[in-house]
Design a binder for this molecule. Structure first.
Ligand SMILES: NC(=O)c1ccc[n+]([C@@H]2O[C@H](COP(=O)([O-])OP(=O)(O)OC[C@H]3O[C@@H](n4cnc5c(N)ncnc54)[C@H](OP(=O)(O)O)[C@@H]3O)[C@@H](O)[C@H]2O)c1
Length: 260
């Protein structure tokens, strides 16, 4: 087991990529705190984690609310005594619009949900990690940070911002033995976010998902789009001692669309 008795906090752990990461970590021996706004989906994941023989704590929390985030971290540390691994996975996909028509509300919401929230969670969790002089923090960025997609500029801005945060925090936290790395998934099939992306792109371009995804698949070096399990496997690598010498890095999990 790669994470025996480690304690991981996964935001957005109730569905999609976050759920896959929480279950993968539990299979590898970790105890989990899973956070999100919808308690019912978190309870389902927690029950699956307990079935795997690991402990699970459900933390209903809106990560864009600093007070709620502080309470979330306090409860996780009170229950488990520490957080060894933090996965900043919770995220929001912008409702598409050309930049010259982008409403303030959509810009503000995307920055608050995807970037400010991660600042809040890291700020709350770092003192405990620094005191114990160990930790692994994983940021869920996106290939959107590195590619050029139209009509969702706020999303790309936040995901690129996370790469800047990864580097800055890696420099600050490295002397305390804390590693900070990022994942940049491509289109992850089957997630609610993917369904929203499909609806938004169809609205703007008139091109349906089947045709577009077939073209996308063909453009990939591996001719295969990533799954939530692919992302979870890479998150496990970043969380585990296997990547113990790596910090400040961003790994593409995309089937080979970007080589930077
Ligand atoms: N799917 C993709 O193709 C793709 C590609 C690249 C990167 N990503 C990134 O991967 C991450 C997970 O995406 P996904 O595809 O699994 O999305 P998803 O199915 O829409 O899940 C998003 C998760 O985040 C939680 N969440 C959203 N806003 C939150 C908030 N303010 N406070 C607490 N929890 C919140 C949601 O739970 P509640 O709604 O219950 O709060 C849900 O568990 C995101 O950061 C996304 O940007 C996804």
């Amino acid at each position: 087991m790669r994470l025996n008795d480690e304690v991981a906090l996964v935001t957005g752990g109730g569905r999609g990529i976050g759920r896959a990461i929480a279950l993968k970590f539990a299979q590898e021996g970790a105890h989990l705190a899973v956070a999100g706004r919808t308690a019912s989906s978190l309870e389902e994941v927690a029950s699956e984690i307990r079935t795997l023989g690991r402990q699970a704590l459900v933390l209903p929390c809106d990560v864009s609310d600093d007070g709620a985030v502080r309470e979330m971290v306090r409860q996780a540390e009170a229950r488990f005594g520490r957080i060894d691994i933090l996965v900043n996975n919770a995220g929001y996909f912008t409702t598409n619009a050309p930049l010259h028509q982008m409403p303030d509300s959509e810009w503000d919401q995307t920055l608050r949900m995807n970037l400010t929230s991660v600042f809040y969670v890291c700020r709350a969790a770092l003192p405990g990690m620094m005191a114990r002089r160990r930790g692994s923090i994983i940021m869920m960025s996106s290939i959107a940070a590195r590619a050029a997609f139209p009509f969702s500029a706020p999303y790309a801005v936040t995901k690129a911002g996370l790469l800047g945060l990864t580097r800055s925090l890696a420099a600050e936290a490295g002397p305390y033995g804390i590693r900070v790395n990022a994942l940049c998934p491509g289109v992850v099939l089957g997630t609610e976010m993917h369904h929203k992306v499909n609806r938004e792109i169809e609205k703007m371009s008139g091109i349906g998902p089947e045709k577009r995804l077939e073209a996308a698949r063909h453009s990939l070096l591996l001719r295969r789009l990533p799954t939530a399990e692919d992302v979870a496997a890479t998150a496990l690598f970043l969380a585990s001692p296997d990547s113990g010498i790596m910090t400040g890095q961003a790994l593409n999990v995309d089937g080979g669309s970007r080589l930077d």
